[in-house]
Design a protein around this ligand. Structure first.
Ligand code: ZN
Ligand code: ZN
Length: 243
């Protein structure tokens, strides 16, 4: 009880730091730089497949799978995208990725943390989808990590920083079959250290989910029992059709 109380005391003053909404500029009235009205107007991703986040009709029941995942089960136990890849979320993600502006990462990361806290599965560690080493060197930081850090903090589980690396994708992929490309992508990830039983992958954007699935297969081969994924935004194309 005492530790809970001191936790509350530590958290409380933060909630009262005035914060301006990064979209409308008004006082957000809460601890993050996004007011409730602007948050409500964001392009929230509607009902989607539970294991690849492809859009489904709104009438689909919670936990429904798309046709592609029914035919071929996804290696992801659960997959959720918070938003459709549209403005202003697309603009915020671009600022985070290329503008070296970390504030959008803090806001989107806080919204993702909220979603992760309502997660239906256990999570023992959070892994930002790694960038290939060369790209990481060029950019100086991994934007997915800016989103993964608040998620790990909210869940109270480790952020897995050094456990998995990613090599540069090998040159000519275009002449290869879909299967060969997937195999190459899978080989690009290397597990370097021990991993917990259940891992949540975090990324900024997904299109077809190929990268998330390749990484999930690599982690499973290394003994991780359950891999799930949470992404900030899903582009309109890719994924399976609704069944
Ligand atoms: Zn606002
Ligand atoms: Zn699916």
């Amino acid at each position: 009880m005492l530790s809970r109380f001191s936790h509350w005391l530590n958290q409380r003053p933060r909630a009262f730091v005035p914060s301006l909404c990064m979209l409308c500029g008004r006082d957000s009235g809460r601890g993050i730089s996004l007011c409730a009205a602007c948050a409500a107007d964001l392009p929230w991703h509607g009902r989607s497949c539970a294991t690849c986040a492809a859009r489904l009709p709104e009438a689909a029941p919670e936990g429904a799978l798309c046709g592609a995942c029914l035919r071929r089960p996804s290696p992801l136990a659960h997959c959720r995208a918070l938003f459709a890849y549209q403005d202003p979320v697309a603009r915020l993600l671009t600022l985070l990725k290329f503008g070296h502006d970390l504030a959008p990462g803090a806001v989107l990361g806080a919204l993702m943390a909220e979603a992760a806290l309502a997660w239906p599965l256990p999570i023992a560690g959070v892994l930002a989808v790694p960038l290939p080493a060369s790209r990481l060197k060029r950019r100086g930081f991994n934007q997915a990590q800016e989103l993964a850090a608040p998620v790990a903090r909210a869940l109270g589980v480790p952020l897995l920083l050094k456990e998995v690396s990613r090599q540069a994708e090998t040159a000519e992929q275009s002449g290869l079959s879909e299967e060969a490309r997937k195999r190459n992508l899978r080989r690009a990830f290397t597990v370097l250290g021990p991993l917990p039983d259940s891992v949540l992958l975090v990324d900024d954007v997904t299109t077809t989910g190929t990268t998330l699935k390749a990484l999930a297969l690599t982690l499973q081969a290394a003994g991780v029992a359950q891999v799930s994924a949470l992404v900030a935004a899903k582009t309109r194309y890719g994924g399976g059709r609704p069944s």
